[in-house]
Design a protein around this ligand. Structure first.
Ligand code: NAI
Length: 648
């Protein structure tokens, strides 16, 4: 039985054992309910300890049940039954009490915890609000001021903070079970506390609510759940817990069936599955301690910082002393910036700097377990680097390229030991962006691939395996997306209208603003290279801009104009004149039509990517877009979005 009852004298210990996270599924809820009745009926029991088996108390409700109507007994009825118990229940928390897990703990009459546990209500991340009393009981226990960040702003409370706020009655340093049993014996000897919903709660006043609303609205970026969570708390404060619980449940049931919640749950499952591909089960990754990075430019310096931030020792290699100085200075700059923003201490920044050594040439990389190459995007240069690495490094050292477009098979051609070679495609800025495309070549061994996935886990990145094609999954989609946007411009739609439509959809910026930021010249050079090879690549408006020296923000203008020192795009008369020869008479297109066309193109390219076996699942494409290109999480990714638009 996943929920068991054992006795320690007069104390019943109810243990939930449902690996991996003790999720509260229907069976667990039914057994819990039965055990409340059993403990109530047993005169020899004076109090109950509720504890989780394994690594944690309870990680939450079972989200896989959320696609179906709620099954009985639902969590609110189980919780209400515990609240009516005549014997004290003590939640004994270790590891984590999250979502429904914390709601279960909140309904117990007392809570004790081991050091190092995490308590939180992360429901809004999945597009709904707590549905079993979290928005009502937590404010009554710790006050609305402390509860709102937890309920509506994803704040996680470690044991010590939870204890300070009064969420915990005792922190148990020694054995949790024994400590909780001792606590329960004490609790059995005193009257039961008043249930939380019956406790009075002062209204913090309109100014407080307005400030909280403004803060949450700003951070929510159009997502519905955070504000709904705030409103649920406020409603309960203003109208009392009985009505508050009803309103909370109704909001929960409504929100969990919205497109937003379905999209966020789709991503939640995709993200959870990403680090553990089925075909690598049982394959041990190689141990990584010392990692080399070749090239200290934009990408190399960011990759070095990301590796070091994850606790790895790093050696940065450059081609000469001046470039090495520049590379190390950029890495140090990233650590200093993190310290300035309060993300790390000054001592931590110094320690991180000390963990990044610099070398000129490849000789100094002999001891590395993994080397990531991030030199110029040039096949000859890259091949020379890998020939050197194959000579210098241990035969079991893993060698990776960060190339954006070059076929990794060509880079590895003739290299000794190609089984330890793969593509690890980071995104800029590499110390920030979550996506890591993993690109095996046919010779890449399972262990090499598993090490790539394990590295992503250590860097807290989302790994997505991609087959080999021009631009892999992400840049191939981007090229089609941009191409379709530019085709619209050629038809007479203003770039600013297209950007506004895509921002309205939820992208942080539109395709033309993004090009101006990244620079128009790289894709221009790609087109020129294709033309030089005799491919038929028609002239585009972007070509005209680059030929006129408008390469984006770095040249003071591209699709837009920019005032010196200002990154805010201003519509450009000059740009409009330059592209005029390739642009039809001005026309307008409704934002919805713009969005539909661009997302349609992306989904069609995604289908082709799937058909060719470049991506393993539609969800992989969604992860690439969400974590590498700013696709709004609340829409789930281009493939998920398309699947919802075309009912099957
Ligand atoms: P970058 O031009 O900023 O940096 C390249 C660095 O490599 C320079 O500092 C150069 O001195 C160094 N270098 C060249 N040959 C070397 C050698 N033999 N040994 C040691 N160092 C050497 O270029 P960036 O943008 O960092 O790109 C590097 C690679 O990453 C390219 O393959 C690029 O396609 C890829 N990439 C770039 C992204 C971006 O957004 N910039 C995104 C993802 C991948």
């Amino acid at each position: 039985m996943p929920v068991t009852l054992t006795k320690s004298g007069a104390i019943a210990v109810v243990s939930i054992d449902n690996p991996p996270v003790n999720a509260l599924n229907t069976a667990i809820r039914a057994q819990l309910l039965a055990l409340v009745e059993a403990t109530e009926a047993d005169a020899a029991i004076s109090a109950v300890v509720l504890i989780g088996a394994g690594k944690l108390f309870v990680g939450g409700a079972d989200i896989t049940e959320f696609d179906r109507p709620p099954e009985q007994p639902d969590l609110p009825s189980v919780i209400a039954r515990i609240e009516r118990a005549t014997k004290p229940w003590v939640a004994a928390i270790h590891g984590a009490a999250l979502g429904g897990g914390l709601e279960l703990a909140l309904v117990c009459h007392y809570r004790v915890a081991a050091p190092g546990a995490t308590l939180g209500l992360p429901e809004v991340s999945l597009g709904f609000i707590p549905g079993a009393g979290g928005t009502q009981r937590l404010p009554r226990l710790i006050g609305p001021e402390a509860a709102i960040p937890v309920v509506a702003e994803r704040q996680m409370l470690p044991t010590d903070a939870a204890a300070r706020l009064g969420l915990l009655n005792r922190v148990i340093e020694a054995d949790l079970r024994a400590g909780a049993v001792a606590f329960a014996s004490e609790a059995a000897a005193i009257p039961l506390p008043q249930p939380l919903p019956a406790q009075p709660l002062a209204d913090p006043g309109a100014a407080f609510w307005d400030a909280a609303r403004a803060r949450i609205d700003k951070a929510a970026k159009g997502q519905a759940a955070p504000l709904a969570a705030l409103e649920a708390v406020r409603f309960g404060v203003e109208n009392g817990a009985t009505l508050g619980l009803q309103q909370e449940r109704a909001t929960f049931l409504h929100l969990r069936s919205t497109e937003e919640s379905l999209a966020l749950r789709h991503l939640f499952f995709a993200e959870r599955a990403a680090p553990r591909p089925a075909d690598l089960r049982g394959v041990e990754p190689a141990p990584l301690r010392l990692v080399g990075v070749v090239g200290g430019g934009t990408m190399g310096s960011g990759i070095a910082a990301a590796l070091r931030n994850a606790g790895l020792q790093v050696i940065l290699s450059e081609q000469d002393a001046a470039a090495l100085d520049r590379g190390l200075a950029s890495v140090h700059g990233l650590f200093d910036a993190a310290a300035r923003r309060g993300l790390t201490s000054a001592a931590e920044a110094a320690d991180r700097k000390a963990g990044v050594a610099g070398v000129v040439g490849l000789q100094g990389l002999a001891a590395c377990d993994l080397v990531i190459e991030a030199v110029f995007e040039d096949l000859v240069v890259k091949r020379a680097v890998f020939a050197g690495l194959a000579e210098t490094c241990r035969p079991d050292a893993i060698l990776a390229t960060n190339t954006s477009y070059i076929d990794p098979r060509q880079i590895a051609e003739g290299m000794a030991g190609p089984d330890r070679f793969l593509g690890l495609h980071f995104f800029s800025p590499a110390q920030v962006m979550k996506l890591l495309e993993i690109i095996p070549i046919p010779e890449t061994s399972s262990q090499t691939r598993a090490t790539g996935f394990d590295l992503a886990r250590r860097l807290s990145k989302i790994p997505v395996q991609s087959g080999i094609c021009e631009g892999f999954i992400g840049n191939r989609l981007l090229k089609r997306y941009r191409g379709a946007a530019e085709a619209m411009v050629a038809q007479g739609v203003a770039p600013a209208a297209i950007d506004a439509a895509m921002r309205g959809f939820g992208y942080p910026m539109g395709p033309f603003e993004m090009q101006d930021m990244a620079g128009l010249d790289i894709s221009f050079m790609n087109r020129e290279a294709a033309r030089a090879k005799g491919e038929d690549v028609p002239e585009t408006p972007a070509d005209l801009l680059v030929r006129s020296g408008r390469k984006g923000i770095k040249t003071g203008g591209g699709w837009y104009d920019y005032a010196p020192g200002d990154r805010k795009p201003q519509p450009s008369v000059q740009a409009a004149q330059i592209i005029a020869p390739l642009v039809a008479a001005p026309c307008t297109l409704a934002p919805d039509a713009i969005v539909a066309r661009l997302l349609g193109v992306m989904a069609a390219e995604g289908q082709a990517i799937l058909a060719e076996g470049i991506a393993n699942t539609p969800a992989a494409i969604d992860l690439v877009q969400v974590h590498g290109y700013g696709f709004p999480r609340t829409k789930g990714g281009p493939m998920f979005y398309a699947s919802r638009k075309t009912p099957s």
